[in-house]
Design a protein around this ligand. Structure first.
Ligand SMILES: O=C(O)CCC(=O)C(=O)O
Ligand SMILES: [Fe+2]
Length: 377
């Protein structure tokens, strides 16, 4: 899985526990140290590892076990929950099961199955009484926006309740970690710690947790006469704000840096974090949205990926550049390869044919909703 001929990227491990403390308990010096570390990481490779995230080893194990249980349900139950079989056209609101080859960011077949879930609206999950993380009431809005949907789950005959509770708790943990990171990133942008928080209000109820089960490539048999190219996850940049990845200690994630693909060596217990295109664009590319892919070859791999979004209607101001902060042309050129502004539909351009980018005068949710249209296959 980690080809010997590829260099291993030195990904910094950043302890973010200070960001998770109450404001009156966090020392300004420690906050500054953390923000400086975040700034150094996102201004160079755009990816780092998080320790001190507060997700216990036990909760991580429970989540990994739950993912395996979820992909172990019968084919009939997967079909019942299938995004494709249920004719859900927009992957933005897709909740449920995604089969092998049913989603791709390129012309390749991504040899993985997935499951997509989001925010848990209490009112519509009648019968699911346990409240994993607290007592908040979350009535479902009368009108859902283009990124909001109600979760679907295997029945209790197929998936034990504890697995479902573990996934819901993980979603909430990931949200808390992301909200803490937003404070750190605000400082890394040179603003007050609270700068980005109002823009992120409500972001958790459009954010997504996606579970993946990557198969050995040999498991995908093409029915076409010309064989297809296989991959775990196509080269792409993430479109949104920030992404958190919980992955097993077997590697598979690769990041393009300094003109070549690098492996990202596993560090058990940490989460990977990377900056998304939208956030990168706000900073005029000063925060790097890294090009990455998943290469699994002959290995089986599971991962849990949380896409954290700001509020649907947010329009976060793009940072202004003063003369001395002129964005270097190397960064400007890099912006052209954002997945957010390329067409990833089946007949669309691959990453190297992108058009110039602009931050249109549209709110965040509009960007993301139209992107999700392009990856369903
Ligand atoms: O599975 C992983 O480790 C990462 C997947 C990924 O990059 C994505 O879904 O955007
Ligand atoms: Fe990604």
């Amino acid at each position: 899985m980690s080809p010997a001929n590829k260099p291993a990227l030195e990904v910094p491990v950043i302890d973010v526990s200070v960001l998770l403390k109450n404001a009156d308990e966090a020392s300004p010096e420690d906050l500054k140290i953390c923000a400086d570390e975040l700034k150094a990481a996102v201004s160079s490779i755009g990816v780092f590892r998080i320790s001190g995230h507060g997700i216990s080893n036990e909760d991580q194990t429970d989540a990994s076990d739950a993912v395996k249980s979820l992909f172990n349900v019968s084919e009939a139950e997967k079909h019942r929950l299938s995004v494709k079989a249920n004719n859900i056209k927009s992957a933005a609101v897709a909740r449920g099961y995604i089969g092998i080859g049913e989603e791709s960011g390129s012309h390749r077949v991504e040899v993985k199955e997935g499951f997509s879930m989001g925010y848990r609206w209490d009112a519509v999950e009648a019968g699911f009484t346990p409240k994993p993380m607290g007592t908040k009431t979350r009535p479902v809005p009368e009108t859902l926006n283009a990124l909001q949907a109600v979760n679907v789950w295997p029945t209790e005959d197929h998936l034990d309740l504890q697995s479902r509770i573990s996934m819901d708790s993980l979603f909430e943990h990931m949200t808390r970690v992301s909200q803490a990171l937003v404070r750190g990133f605000s400082m890394a942008m040179g603003e007050e710690a609270g700068y980005l928080t109002p823009y992120c209000k409500g972001g958790e109820n459009i954010s997504l947790l996606r579970l993946f089960h990557y198969f050995p490539y040999s498991q995908y048999k093409s029915d076409q006469s010309v064989d297809v190219e296989r991959i775990g996850s196509s080269p792409h940049t993430d479109w949104g704000f920030l992404t958190l990845i919980m992955e097993p200690g077997i590697g598979g994630l690769e990041v393009f840096h300094d003109g070549e693909w690098n492996t990202v060596p596993p560090v058990p217990g940490t989460l990977v974090c990377n900056v998304g295109d939208y956030f990168s664009m706000l900073t005029n590319g000063k925060f790097v949205s890294p090009l990455h892919k998943v290469v699994t070859g002959d290995e089986e791999r599971y991962s849990i990926v949380y896409f954290y979004y700001p509020g649907y209607n947010s329009h976060i101001p793009q940072q202004t550049c003063s003369q001395d902060q002129e964005v270097p042309s190397s960064i400007r050129d890099g912006l052209k390869s954002y997945s957010l502004v390329t067409d990833q539909s089946a007949n669309g351009a691959d990453l190297d044919q992108s058009e110039s980018i602009t931050l249109d005068d549209v709110p965040f949710g509009t960007y993301i909703a139209r992107k999700w249209e392009q990856v369903a296959r």
